[in-house]
Design a protein around this ligand. Structure first.
Ligand code: SF4
Length: 402
């Protein structure tokens, strides 16, 4: 039985989403311009969500070696290797969960390298497999400040994407439909932010591990009324818990910020480990990455160009530092765990001195742990437990010393 009622509701929301997918279907990266695809009339499927499902169900380890045999190296994104491996074995967890015979066949494949270049190789693989048109959006990378020039660049690529999509689907995109979908996305994103913000209270009614489950609709149903309805209910539930002083951990002593990718195959294990140590993981960069405050239905294309270029993973280290400092403060955090995800270079932010700079500027202690999003061969239960428990003990001592 899930801890939150919303997690139970989510099951039927996702069942309806997956069983309702029908042609024409576009595949899209998780922070790609899904709104454009929906406005053109495509239903949208997200391979990263499938990658996370493979990780969470721990099936990834079975599939990853098959991608290695096909030439995708072991250091390469384990969403990619798990997903391609599963495809090569003609298997998917969607069969057992929803009765789907296979991942849905794409009519158009779209990626955005705002998160990494790996998605280009991943999505092009499937373009070849399905003999399906593929289009990539290549925004400026690692930017500190977003300039008008950056926005113009991405907006013009979005216009090329619309032209290509219209050709595939055989009709013009309705600008009013796009404005309507951007409005829905904006509202869904705002509600998602409010859901995450309930973690600001002590004790926190939501943790990073709950967020990793509850985030599915803001990824796969962004731009739909279903997404809005789901987060309205989730917000109601979490607000009630907050107002009643009910936290995930009633005797919460320490509050942690999680930086980097989730470890999908160890979500429950980590959640329990933190709980046993009276510690709440109250905020994360990862879950906050789907908060898009800047969508503007009156200026949909430019505002989407801005919103999808300003995401944390696409920013320079100075901007990342500022974004983290702001979240640490508002969530009243005692310590930061940096997950060095071995197969996700782009979202392992401990490699260029960021933890040291963060500690120097905030005084908040940091810890690096080794692991991976899907490939558990890079993760050690024993080593992680020892490191986390020692870190929490140090934070407790520091806190009680005042
Ligand atoms: S951001 Fe990381 S986990 Fe996500 S697709 Fe790219 S390499 Fe994989």
């Amino acid at each position: 039985m899930p801890r939150l009622q919303s997690q139970a509701i989510l099951k039927s929301v996702l069942k309806d989403y997956f069983t309702g997918l029908s042609a024409p279907i576009a595949w899209c990266t998780s922070a790609g311009p899904a709104e454009l695809l929906r406005a053109m009339g495509f239903q949208v499927y997200f391979p990263e969500n499938h990658g996370a499902l493979l990780g969470a169900s721990r099936a990834a380890l079975k599939y990853i070696p098959h991608a290695h045999q096909a030439g995708y190296q072991s250091e390469v994104c384990s969403y990619l290797t798990a997903d391609i491996g599963a495809w090569l074995m003609k298997e998917t967890p969607l069969t057992q969960a929803y009765g789907l015979p296979s991942v849905p066949k794409p009519d158009f494949i779209v990626f955005n390298t705002n998160q990494c270049r790996e998605v280009a190789e991943w999505f092009n693989f499937f373009g070849r497999e399905f003999d399906c048109p593929v289009m990539g959006i290549f925004p400026p990378r690692y930017v500190e400040e977003i300039s008008q020039h950056h926005i113009d660049d991405v907006a013009s690529q979005f216009k090329e994407l619309i032209a290509m999509g219209e050709k595939i689907i055989g009709k013009k995109m309705d600008p009013e439909k796009l404005a309507e979908i951007v409005t829905l996305s904006k509202e869904g994103s705002h509600l998602w932010k409010q859901v995450l913000d309930t973690g600001k209270s002590t004790p926190a009614p939501i943790t990073f591990f709950d967020g990793c489950i509850l985030m599915a609709p803001i990824v796969v149903l962004r731009g739909t009324q279903i997404c809005i309805d789901f987060y309205k209910e989730a917000l109601k539930e979490l607000t009630n818990l907050k107002n009643s002083g009910i936290g995930h951990i009633p005797d919460e002593k320490i509050r942690i910020y999680w930086e980097g990718m989730p470890i999908w195959g160890r979500l429950k294990w980590l959640s329990q480990l933190f709980a046993e140590n009276q510690t709440s993981v109250v905020a994360s960069t990862y879950c906050n990455s789907w908060v898009f405050d800047d969508f503007d239905p009156d200026n949909p294309i430019d505002s989407m160009a801005y919103a999808y270029t300003q995401i944390f993973i696409n920013r320079g280290e100075n901007s990342k530092l500022d974004m983290m400092k702001s979240l640490l403060k508002t969530f009243n955090v005692d310590g930061v765990v940096f997950h060095d995800s071995k197969t996700c270079f782009s979202n392992a932010n401990n490699r260029f001195g960021l933890p040291n700079r963060l500690k120097k500027e905030t005084g908040i202690d940091v810890l690096n742990i080794d692991g991976d999003l899907n490939d558990l061969r890079f993760f050690s239960d024993g080593q992680t437990k020892t490191k986390l428990e020692t870190f929490i003990e140090q934070l407790q001592m520091k806190k009680s010393a005042g």
